[in-house]
Design a protein around this ligand. Structure first.
Ligand SMILES: [Zn+2]
Length: 360
């Protein structure tokens, strides 16, 4: 009897020591996230593949997990990236949770199973790999936001704000064009940064196949929709709003948290060169930025005990958008308030300086 108990204990402990149990509700440094990606691909060989689609400035791989059931037919895509801003650690935690959820449920949840047949999920847990690693270095670098490329000649600082570097009204508003020390320095030209280029090439090469583009940030509890420029309106603005509001409702049902929905200038601040705006300009209909918890109490240093509830509620919101985009494309189900103008509005506008205390 005594021996039997001892044996059980050993078995229990060894399961943990072998690292089988990945803790989704802790923040993980990059090497652990990379191991997790490799392990996930190993655990689900029929549905998960790792795709390398670029290199960072410091020559690290930018990888995503492609998740879906292969049917032989050409499939639609759902894009999700996390960690474009280094210090927003809850974002990579969410991407990992999202992957875990769809992989754990697709065999029992018929809706997830259907979507896994019709679409492939392209999930990048950490897009700004160099910046993320730098934010883990020590206390002085914890709040690093940008990538790690050097500034132009004559400027001593490093880093470009990758979410100001995309080809979408680039350099017009909510950016710093000249001071490379600024946290919103937008680079020397559109897509000057290898990380932005990787997304532009990968998604842009097949943008007609993507139904939704979700880019995950913190903080503020917001669902931001195109466009960052106050004078440009998405052709499906009403539908984006309607779907966003329903997603916020879904979020609220989980733990009662309020998320505000709207365009960046209406609910946060105007900006240009964001990946979300670029995705919408490419024709991807449902492009949203998630600003996860909280509203400033802890900000970028969201305590680990909030990872689980934050992920649970955001999963519900993301799933609402994804399900809507899927059902509309596959079954032709859509809301009544939709406008389908295909032309994209571009305006030549004067750059307006914008300052803000906190950048998300
Ligand atoms: Zn951000």
């Amino acid at each position: 009897m005594f021996n039997f108990v001892g044996l059980s204990l050993v078995v229990l402990l060894s399961a943990t020591v072998e690292g089988v149990e990945y803790d989704y509700f802790k923040y993980h440094p990059m090497p652990e996230i990379t191991s997790w990606m490799n392990q996930t691909a190993k655990d689900y060989p029929d549905v998960v593949t790792i795709v390398n689609y670029g290199k960072t400035y410091e020559n690290r791989d930018i990888n995503l997990l492609k998740i879906g059931l292969s049917t032989g037919a050409k499939k639609k895509g759902i894009w999700m990236d996390c960690g474009i801003h280094a210090r927003e650690w809850i974002a990579p935690a969410f991407c990992q949770y999202f992957v875990r959820q769809i992989l754990q449920t697709y065999k029992t949840d018929t809706k997830i199973a259907e979507m896994m047949k019709n679409v492939d999920f392209y999930v990048t847990p950490v897009l700004n790999v160099d910046g993320y690693i730098f934010s883990w270095k020590d206390n002085t670098t914890r709040l690093w936001r940008k990538n790690r490329s050097p500034g132009p000649e004559g400027c001593a600082c490093s880093g470009t704000d990758l979410n100001r570097n995309f080809y979408a009204n680039w350099g017009t508003i909510g950016v710093d064009l000249t001071d490379c020390c600024s946290n919103i320095y937008c680079g020397t030209k559109p897509v000057s940064e290898p990380e932005a280029e990787a997304v532009t090439k990968f998604v842009g090469g097949q943008s007609g196949d993507f139904l939704a583009f979700l880019t995950i940030h913190s903080y503020g509890q917001l669902l931001l929709m195109p466009y960052g420029h106050p004078n440009v309106i998405a052709p499906n603005n009403d539908e984006l709003m309607e779907v966003g509001l329903a997603a916020a409702e879904a979020i609220k049902k989980v733990h009662g948290k309020e998320y505000v929905v709207g365009t960046s200038p209406n609910v946060l601040y105007p900006n240009s060169g964001s990946s979300r705006d670029w995705a919408r300009l490419q024709g991807i209909p449902f492009a949203y930025t998630f600003e996860l918890r909280d509203k400033g109490d802890f900000g970028f240093k969201l305590p680990e005990d909030q990872i689980q509830p934050t992920c649970e509620e955001a999963y519900s919101g993301a799933l609402h958008i994804i399900t809507y985009a899927h059902d509309k494309a596959i079954h032709g189900i859509e809301s009544g308030a939709m406008t389908t103008a295909s032309a994209t509005l571009w305006s030549m506008l004067l750059a307006v300086g914008v300052t803000s205390a906190t950048l998300m």
